[in-house]
Design a protein. Structure first.
Ligand SMILES: Cc1cc2nc3c(=O)[nH]c(=O)nc-3n(C[C@H](O)[C@H](O)[C@H](O)COP(=O)(O)OP(=O)(O)OC[C@H]3O[C@@H](n4cnc5c(N)ncnc54)[C@H](O)[C@@H]3O)c2cc1C
Length: 479
């Protein structure tokens, strides 16, 4: 008969086994575990891990996982803890084991001829971008959490971010993977091949599955030629329809060089400027909608600035764009991106603001914003919609701020109805309830509601096949 996972509130026997098997600095117990492992970034979920394991090598993690399996302990992987869905939180029992990858932070190899980089899961995303740049290469995954998010967390959530329209999601940037399985075995699929049809592509089981099937310890990532020319511009546009049309127009004119295209509403701009303490406004006049656009090329033979200016002139003449500010320096570029990222920071800074992560086909963005706005105000009259984000992949973060005269608690009580209303709008447009942040524990029930029952059944079968005792990150993702 299958034994259930361990639920003792004092996992002493496991702690003793781990402390005799692992170096002292790889282990912390109970009250010694610091505060930062006990809540998520939004402080929406709390946790009480009984044991914290911080392996420095794949072998140490494999050994720890084998001992956890013997003791039937529940294990939760923990990366940079920037996720928005509570995926890296243990429960409050004090019985679960938290595995932090932070000490596995080595770049094992950079191969410029193969355009690959082999890295450990605990490397910080921004550091990897920097390491690639030092090798005259680009690692294009980029998002607002990159200063703390680990590559293991990014891969296990299949993070998206700002350059998806050109380079794809995190999944598209991976060639090989090393994974420790729930029973401690190591899957070594660390190959840097662009063509490898030798059997099932098993790495896909661990990309975007949020640590429910295995713990990623290392990855071979794709690199690209480094950008030699880059242009960034903030555009004022009359409405969302023309924001979407502007991207299509610029892609027709400039081709694949467009890397990012972000929607910023007027209220999003205000909240951002406040959050980042910026007093200068990008435009003298107030506009309802803005688009942050970035184009880059590794070719010095492409006169990118001229091409962009010419296209923007045409866009202004045809009424797609009202006004444009082009970055003249790296400092200008950073300033424009700070405005974009400031919207997410403002949301993190106001715990009562509702964060959302739906996606729809790009051709339905305009309807999503209009219908979402109506749906939100039907639930909470006066609620302030801040739909912003990635136009190029249809991932609009439909954040909602409370009415100015409503207190935080009263607004938070409406969250479930607001989320449900927005999910219904997205699903009605053939969209998704989770574009890039994942499911974690917060959206698990919703996944069961909207996903085809056959798909849910298959997810459960895969989970049972890899984690038959249900010990790895239980209560996350799979409905
Ligand atoms: C300001 C801000 C802006 C953001 N913008 C974006 C954005 O534009 N696009 C986007 O996609 N995300 C964004 N995020 C969300 C977040 O940064 C990503 O989800 C990130 O990829 C999570 O990485 P992490 O290391 O913090 O993982 P964590 O939050 O620690 O964990 C996330 C999940 O992955 C699992 N996990 C962690 N490490 C591993 C591992 N090695 N093996 C297996 N499972 C593991 C955890 O158990 C959990 O389920 C943003 C976050 C912030 C704070």
């Amino acid at each position: 008969m299958k034994r259930p996972p361990h639920t003792d509130t004092e996992p002493r026997a496991l702690a003793a086994a781990l402390s005799s098997a692992l170096p002292t600095n790889a282990l912390k117990l109970g009250a010694d575990i610091e505060e930062r492992y006990r809540h998520d970034i939004l402080r929406a979920k709390t946790a009480a891990p009984g044991i914290l394991v911080r392996p420095a090598t794949t072998a140490e993690l494999s050994l720890a996982m084998r001992l956890c399996a013997e003791h039937r302990a529940v294990v939760v992987p923990f990366g940079g803890n920037t996720g928005f869905c509570g995926g890296s939180m243990t429960d409050d029992s004090g019985a679960q084991v938290l595995i932090s990858l932070e000490r596995m932070n080595q770049v094992r190899d950079i191969d410029p001829l193969n355009n690959t980089m082999t890295v450990e899961a605990g490397c910080i995303l921004a550091d990897l971008q920097e390491r690639a740049a030092q090798a005259n290469r680009l690692f294009p995954l980029s998002h607002g959490g990159e200063g703390s998010a680990q590559i293991g967390g990014c891969l296990s959530t299949n993070a998206g971010g700002n350059a998806v329209l050109r380079f794809g999601m995190a999944r598209d940037l991976v060639l090989g993977l090393e994974v420790v399985l729930p029973d401690g075995r190591v899957l070594d699929a660390l190959r840097g091949l662009r063509k490898d049809n030798a059997g099932y592509d098993l790495k896909q089981l661990f990309l975007g599955t949020e640590g429910t099937l295995g713990i990623i310890t290392a990855a071979v990532l794709k690199l690209f030629p480094r950008a030699r020319r880059r242009e960034t511009a903030l555009l004022a546009v009359p409405d969302v329809g023309r924001a979407v049309a502007t991207l299509a127009f610029l892609r027709e004119r400039l081709g694949e060089v467009i890397t990012a295209c972000e929607l910023i509403p007027a209220l999003g701009l205000d909240l951002s400027l406040e959050a980042i303490n910026e007093t200068r406004r990008p435009f003298a006049q107030r506009h309802d909608w803005h688009v942050l656009i970035e184009a880059e090329t590794s070719s010095v033979h492409f006169a990118l600035r001229d091409a962009l200016e010419e296209a923007l002139e045409e866009a202004v003449t045809s009424g797609l764009v009202i006004d444009a500010v082009l970055a003249e320096s790296d400092a200008d570029r950073t300033g424009l991106w700070k405005i974009r990222e400031g919207i997410a920071l403002a949301a993190v800074g106001d715990p009562s603001s509702l964060k959302n992560d739906q996606s729809v086909p790009c051709s339905s963005i305009e309807r999503f914003v209009a219908e979402g706005d109506r749906a939100v105000r039907a639930v909470v009259p006066g609620a302030r919609a801040v739909p912003f984000g990635h136009i190029g992949d249809g991932n609009i973060h439909f954040n909602v701020w409370r009415p100015t005269d409503m207190d935080a608690g009263a607004f938070v009580a409406h969250w479930p109805d607001l989320v449900r209303a927005l999910e219904d709008v997205a699903m009605g447009l053939n969209g998704s309830i989770a574009a890039e942040h994942g499911i974690g524990s917060s959206k698990r029930a919703a996944l069961g509601r909207v996903r085809d029952p056959v798909a849910v059944d298959l997810m459960r079968s895969v989970k049972r096949a890899l984690d038959p005792d249900g010990r790895l990150n239980p209560g996350k993702v799979v409905p």
